[in-house]
Design a protein around this ligand. Structure first.
Ligand SMILES: C[S@@+](CC[C@H](N)C(=O)[O-])C[C@H]1O[C@@H](n2cnc3c(N)ncnc32)[C@H](O)[C@@H]1O
Length: 349
């Protein structure tokens, strides 16, 4: 999957909104290497987001950035805050995650007013995803080059899977994760913990898609601010600082969880023993809990994570491959492995 990002947040001056964008992979290590139309749309922040101005641009293979300049009169928004949406498809005020999905994720700036020099919250942008049943997921991420605080392919794939399972009352088509799917489709209240939750997209989506869930997001303290922004309008979700290298906070260590989620946390093989230690400790308190992992393969060493879990008697119960977006020979394929593991009751470990 490719992500449109702001290198320079939108700024209004001399009847023009200008911004600098790029289109990269989740890790930011490669730029989109095919031509594409890019549409900049200035919309009211509120009131359904009606468009005030729109202009098309061309992203050319080989580009690393693209300047977006859209003419707009200062009085056009009558003093109301606006946002700049940059997308590769017209009409959509939200990206569709289900159906054929998306290959290039749109971006929405933080709100600003049409006054010279005014900018929004420079380092925050919004992603908007349609996760089914007319439900919109809004996730804020940081534009700074911080690993933690933006959206990653594996997290998006897990959200897409949960959305597919929960938007159907029957057995959904496509990849299946038996035990997880059954748990999600059940009506009982579930207690969920996400480890390394970043800006919180996975737990947030679950909380919206399956209301009878209590979700705890957890990550390093640096993720607390963006998580707080993302969960501010949700009641059944909270954030807790949980560093895999430190003792597990007592209130988490004592809780029984039904589901533990881990998305895209295996990239640093050195962190695997600490993460596995946290998971093992939690599963000993909640021996029936499912552990669901979303993993984008980047390096063979990442397999150490799963092998270490197996050493501690945590065995795989289901596995599926989820493709993000439509097949496109010119774009990096985003095939994400999802798997569920559980403490083997016979392991006694
Ligand atoms: C690639 S991001 C994935 C974020 C999120 N799961 C997603 O899919 O969008 C990896 C996350 O692991 C977190 N992380 C790395 N080391 C950690 C540690 N020692 N304790 C807790 N979280 C850690 C990072 O802060 C980051 O949020």
């Amino acid at each position: 999957m490719q992500y449109i990002r702001f290198l320079k947040a939108p700024r209004f001056s001399g009847n023009t909104i200008s911004a600098l964008i790029t289109i990269t992979s989740d890790l930011g290590e490669s730029f989109m290497h095919r031509d594409s139309v890019v549409i900049g749309t200035v919309r009211y922040k509120d009131g359904g987001g009606a468009a005030i101005a729109r202009k098309e641009f061309t992203w050319k293979a080989g580009m690393r950035s693209l300047k977006v300049e859209i003419p707009v009169r200062a009085g056009a928004a009558r003093g109301e805050p606006v946002v700049l949406q940059v997308s590769t498809s017209d009409s959509a005020t939200v990206d569709p995650l289900l159906g054929s999905g998306i290959n290039i994720m749109s971006v929405w700036s933080s709100p600003f007013v049409l006054k010279a020099g005014e900018v929004g919250e420079r380092e925050l942008v919004e992603r908007r995803l349609n996760i089914g049943r007319k439900m919109h997921l809004s996730v804020w991420e940081e534009t700074k080059n911080s690993i933690a605080l933006h959206i990653w392919d594996a997290g998006v794939a897990l959200v897409a899977h949960m959305a597919r399972v929960l938007s159907s009352t029957r057995k959904p088509d496509g990849p299946q994760l038996g035990a997880l799917d059954t748990l999600l489709q059940g009506s009982q209240r579930i207690n969920v913990l996400e480890l390394g939750s970043g800006c919180g997209i996975v737990g947030l989506a679950l909380s919206q898609l399956r209301p009878n869930s209590h979700v705890v997001l957890s990550d390093l303290p640096l993720a607390s601010e963006i998580s707080a922004k993302n969960i501010s309008s949700h009641t059944e979700i909270s954030f807790c600082a949980l560093d895999w290298d430190l003792p597990i906070p007592l209130d988490i260590a004592a809780q029984r969880f039904d589901l533990i989620l881990v998305a895209d946390c295996m990239y640093n093989v050195d962190a695997a023993p600490a993460l596995v230690n946290v998971i093992t400790t939690l599963l000993r308190v909640s021996p029936r809990a499912l552990l669901t992992v979303a993993h984008k393969h980047r390096h063979e060493s990442e397999e150490r994570f799963r092998s270490l879990l197996e050493v501690f008697g945590i065995v795989q119960v289901d596995q599926a491959l989820v493709a993000l977006g439509e097949e496109d020979d010119e774009l990096e394929t985003s095939e994400i492995e999802l798997y569920t593991m559980q403490l083997n009751p016979e392991a006694g470990g």
